[in-house]
Write a protein that binds this ligand. Structure first.
Ligand code: FAD
Length: 458
């Protein structure tokens, strides 16, 4: 008899995981709070686009879905930076033309649900999980018939997002560690429509950023020629959601900070006023598992801010590595599976949360800073000159499977190295000289030693 697994939440992570588990031979049911989004049109201002990078693709590939999803993904090879005077510069993400990919969260979710059902997964919609008895996996569900308790399932996996019902049940247990915090910024979505014949009104293959120090606007391309823009903006303060209210405020604000965008969004005033303002939360918690009964995955285990474009990517990596662990164990030995999963993933969840918080400062401020740009250029050169030794932290996170914890641990060693190189003088002028080459070799050897130690520790 195949074991029954209940997944809470048919979001991105729950849907992908259901396919992987069903294909492995378990019998999977998903309880989803919302109605079936495939029967709805996406409401305005709720059309989030996600940047998919290597970890996300690897999860999809494991489920045999990469090619299918590639059809709805647009490669972005770098950041297109929009200065306040309207000038634009392009910063490539990788040294070998690597890209991250713009994918509509809604479209991706719909596709994953359909593919899950095709694989034999049962998705039950309008089933809001209210509580779970941790000892026997009895799930209390609210639906159109009121509150019911479902039959018990062998295993429950909660992929029910940042406000997980299973995590709430964990909170009531003794010595549960829990930390939740909001950044002072929220976000609002706006849309740049397509031009004639679905043409793109800005560079299609880039992630656009208007960095304005304490806030920023970004835009990702959609298949229909439009761009989904997100304004990350403080809730309160002199220039904030609170202070920008009237038509005049909105117009003056955009004219002052984003003059080139104004003409591209004909419905700016109504979009700004009608689209919701949402908050951004980080959650760290421990444990992620309860005995051999149930566990957390994706945002339920590690909700993070979106500035590294890694929330979904990390969640898909959770799924892929969990399947790897199941593969290595008896597939019904959940004590071992849970233990190994938590040991492997908890440090990664914390690290990616910290990386995401750090990257907000990089995106909204540093990408327009000349010293930072010089540093980025040197990073790329070092990567080309010493490919076996040096990979920037951004490349480790987005274009490799380096554990997040290892990537963040390398940050300080890279800061020290780059500091020395930049202090030495103008890199382009120095690099042809023998003295500098020798010096650089010494520094790189020291750096390699530091990295070796980090790898031993993590
Ligand atoms: C503005 C923004 C931009 C982002 N950009 C990126 C990006 O570029 N790249 C990236 O990798 N990530 C990005 N993310 C993060 C990404 O969206 C999330 O990490 C990802 O959606 C997490 O997937 P999940 O399945 O764990 O959770 P969710 O997507 O939140 O899905 C949870 C599901 O559970 C259901 N549910 C919730 N509660 C219950 C309940 N009680 N009972 C039953 N069902 C329930 C929900 O309805 C939902 O379907 C971004 C997020 C935001 C907000």
């Amino acid at each position: 008899m195949n074991q029954k697994i209940s997944i809470l939440g048919a979001g991105l992570v729950g849907s992908l995981l259901s396919i992987l588990l069903q294909k492995k031979g378990y019998q999977v049911t998903i309880f989803e709070r919302r109605s079936d989004m495939r029967n709805l049109t996406l409401s305005a201002g709720r059309s989030i686009n996600l940047a998919m990078s290597m970890r996300g693709w690897a999860g999809l590939e494991m489920a045999g879905l990469r090619e299918e999803i590639e059809q709805i993904a647009i490669p972005m090879y770098g950041r297109q930076i929009h200065a306040i005077d309207g000038s634009q510069t392009f910063q490539a993400y990788g040294k070998n033309n690597e890209a991250i990919y713009s994918v509509s969260r809604g479209e991706l979710n719909k596709k994953l649900m359909t593919l899950a059902e095709k694989a034999g997964v049962e998705i039950l919609f309008n089933q809001k999980v209210i509580d779970i008895n941790l000892e026997n996996n009895l799930i209390q569900i609210e639906n159109e018939n009121g509150i019911n308790t479902s039959e018990n399932h062998d295993i429950v996996i909660a992929a029910d997002g940042a406000f997980s019902a299973l995590r709430n049940a964990y909170l009531k247990t003794d010595r549960y560690d829990y930390q939740q915090f909001y950044i002072p910024h929220g976000y609002k979505e706006l849309t740049i429509p397509a031009g004639v014949n679905n043409s793109f009104l800005m560079e299609k293959n880039a992630l656009h950023i208007w960095p304005r120090k304490n806030f920023m606007l970004i835009a990702l391309p959609n298949l229909d020629g439009s761009f989904t823009c997100t304004l990350f903006f403080p809730f309160e303060g002199e220039v904030s959601f609170q202070s920008i209210q009237t038509d005049e405020d909105i117009t003056t604000f955009f004219q002052t900070y984003f003059p080139d965008v104004m003409s591209l969004i004909p419905t700016l005033l109504s979009d700004y006023k009608n689209n919701p303002t949402a908050s951004l939360v980080t959650v760290k918690c421990y444990p992620w598992i309860y005995k051999n009964k149930n566990m957390l995955i994706g945002d339920a285990a590690h909700a993070i801010v979106p500035f590294y474009g890694q929330g979904m990517n990390a969640g898909f990596e959770d799924c892929r590595l969990l399947m790897g662990i199941i593969e290595k164990n008896d597939m019904n030995d959940w004590t071992q599976i849970f233990k190994q999963y938590q040991q492997a993933r908890k440090p990664q969840g914390d690290a990616v949360a910290d990386l995401a918080l750090q990257n907000f400062i990089e995106m909204r401020d540093l990408v327009a800073d000349p010293t930072f740009l010089k540093r980025k250029k040197i990073e790329k050169e070092l990567g080309k000159l010493f490919p076996a030794v040096f990979n920037s932290v951004y490349e480790m996170v987005s274009f490799s499977h380096t554990p997040y914890f290892e990537a963040i641990s390398c940050q300080q060693a890279q800061d020290r190295l780059l500091e020395k190189v930049m202090q030495a003088g103008e890199f382009e002028k120095l690099i042809p000289t023998e003295d500098f080459k020798n010096q650089l070799n010494d520094w790189m050897n020291e750096y390699a030693e530091e990295i070796k130690k980090i790898k031993l520790i993590v």
